[in-house]
Ligand binder design. Structure first.
Ligand code: HEM
Length: 521
């Protein structure tokens, strides 16, 4: 009933801890009501959901039915969560009672028991092994990698700009982040920005298949004979075989490197020639089967590739409609970076650029929903639920909820004050969770933020981007992340910039270089 919810919210506003309120009210809801409370059920919704990016009609249903409702889809039933307290309960306070459910089933063919789909003991052991690999020194080294890859992209765009060609930026961003994550995770040069090869093609075949499976109502790929006769499924098997052998080779190469090293493993261990996560794992003596290692590498490849690409795509789309934001961005980048490559110290200074990424992640969260399954009976808000419920936490709804955001639909980086904290799920009380929350929170959040900040800064410093004349309208479709339906076609023009006034720092650098040059014979 409404008054109970109001009481709970009132107590919460008075500062009583969520954990305490949860215990208090769950007892009331579960036994006091005799479990009679029934979750609102959305009606007439199946037709509305079919045939478009499914998280969009879920938003309308959220406005009608509230922060928790049930949706029946054929024989299947889902709980849709758009309430920050319930999201926090599932992801953090009682996370042990939830698994990845359908997500693990869908992704099994490509990620096996990698960190995203894994549950229970496998997840615990692997998370403990992998997280230390993304230490501070590693992330600092990655800033150089982001800068170099973004620089190569700038060179490619230079050519397009001088030829007067329009550029489809969504696929460009996908290639940029593929090149980055390949080097970062297993020291592999996909070089997909400059050419296509078999392995790049194979990664895309696997990705498209994962996306198709996550949105297809009938799992045809589970029919045994289908695997052998469907050309599409045969292509998927071949792609996976190629990726697996490539990964096996990379693991073998890295093992040999580690064996030849005079190894002194410590907390912030990093090999300068090969700072990859794989190298860290092997050097740490991580006792793991090669199948598990492969699953983890593949998982990180996919997790760190499509997400970052989607963030850049939607950021540039948003920027194309907000020239005043672009002007501020360019001012910040000019004064912080000048003509230099970004460093880890700059990440603190590029505050407005970071706010632009924060705001892009609010409007276009990647992925737009998080998937869970209850492993035991539980109580969500006021409602008892049974074991085995499939649950979608709509991050899209949380991030656009009129209850929590002023002018929720508008792109306004200024909503995050520059002198305020960097927004995350904790300081926004689970109304904002671009990287999830609780024990299953993204392990690459810092990596991804710096990657997207560096790429955005380096691109807008050098070019102006506009939607191309006659470009198709930008509409959404979804797989694991939000894609455009027809690409993001942009006109890229070199930026004419006011001259940079050299600061003391750049003068010193110039003098150093002069000295070096003069001492060269
Ligand atoms: C998990 C978002 C980049 C690796 C997650 C989750 C989200 C997320 C929302 C939680 C999923 C859930 O609770 O079901 C993002 C976004 C990224 C990004 C928006 C880019 C902007 C990366 C990168 C890596 C990575 C670069 C790898 C270096 C992972 C892994 C998990 C994960 C391994 C699973 C963690 C676990 O279950 O223990 N990510 N991610 N992500 N992410 Fe990211």
């Amino acid at each position: 009933p409404g008054w109970v919810l109001a009481l709970r919210n009132g107590l919460s506003n008075l500062g009583l801890p969520d954990e305490f309120l949860e215990r208090l009210f769950s007892r009331w809801a579960g036994s006091g009501s005799g479990g009679r409370l029934k979750i609102p059920q959305a009606r007439g919704s199946v037709d509305a959901v079919a045939g478009q990016a499914f998280f969009i009609p879920l938003y309308e249903l959220f406005l009608t039915y509230g922060g928790i409702f049930r949706l029946n889809f054929g024989p299947k039933s889902f709980l849709i969560i758009s309430d920050p307290d319930i999201a926090k309960h599932i992801l953090k306070n009682n996370s042990k009672a939830y698994s990845k459910g359908i997500l693990a089933e869908i992704l099994e063919f490509v990620m096996g028991k990698g960190l995203i789909p894994a549950d229970g003991e496998v997840w615990r052991v692997r998370r403990r092994a992998i997280v230390p690999a993304l230490h501070q020194k590693y992330v600092a080294a990655m800033i150089n990698l982001f800068g170099e890859a973004s620089f190569r992209l700038c060179e490619k765009l230079d050519a397009a700009a001088s030829d007067g060609e329009d550029v489809e930026m969504e696929s460009i961003f996908s290639r940029l982040t593929l090149d980055i994550i390949g080097k970062a995770v297993f020291n592999y040069e996909f070089d997909s920005l400059t050419h296509d090869n078999g392995i790049v093609e194979a990664v895309y075949v696997a990705l498209r298949e994962a996306e198709m499976r996550s949105t297809s109502p009938i799992p045809t790929w589970e029919i045994p004979i289908w695997k052998n006769i469907s050309p599409r499924q045969r292509k998927v098997s071949e792609a996976l075989k190629l990726i697996n052998t490539t990964l096996d080779d990379l693991i073998a190469i890295c093992k040999r490197m580690v064996e030849q090293e005079e190894l002194q493993f410590h907390e912030e261990y990093m090999n300068e020639q090969d700072p990859s996560i794989l190298h860290f794992l092997l050097a740490s003596g991580d006792d793991v089967s090669s199948k598990q290692l492969r699953d983890d590498l593949m998982t990180m490849l996919i997790a760190g590739h499509e997400t970052s690409a989607a963030v850049l795509t939607w950021t540039f789309y948003l920027l194309s409609e907000a020239p005043e934001v672009v002007a501020k961005l360019q001012d910040e980048v000019d004064s912080v970076l000048g003509d230099r490559f970004p460093t880890i110290e700059d990440m603190k200074k590029l505050k407005y650029t970071t706010r632009v990424i924060n705001e892009s992640l609010r409007l276009y969260p990647q992925p737009p929903v998080l998937i869970r399954r209850s492993l035991e009976d539980d109580v969500l808000g006021m409602y008892p639920i049974k074991r085995g419920e499939d649950i979608f936490i709509s991050v899209w709804n949380l991030h656009r909820s009129p209850k929590h955001w002023v002018d929720a639909e508008s792109f306004n980086p200024e909503r995050w004050p520059l002198d305020g904290p960097n927004p995350n799920e904790s300081n926004q009380n689970f109304s904002y969770l671009p990287f999830g929350g609780g024990p299953r929170k993204c392990i690459g959040d810092m990596f991804a933020k710096f990657e997207t900040v560096v790429a955005t800064a380096m691109l807008i410093r050098r070019f102006n981007f506009q939607m191309a004349l006659g470009a198709p309208p930008v509409e959404m479709t979804t797989g694991a992340t939000i894609h455009t339906t027809k690409g993001l076609k942009m006109t890229v023009t070199p930026r004419t910039r006011p001259p940079i006034i050299p600061t003391l720092e750049t003068k010193v650098v110039t003098r150093d270089r002069d000295l070096q040059l003069s001492s060269t014979p």
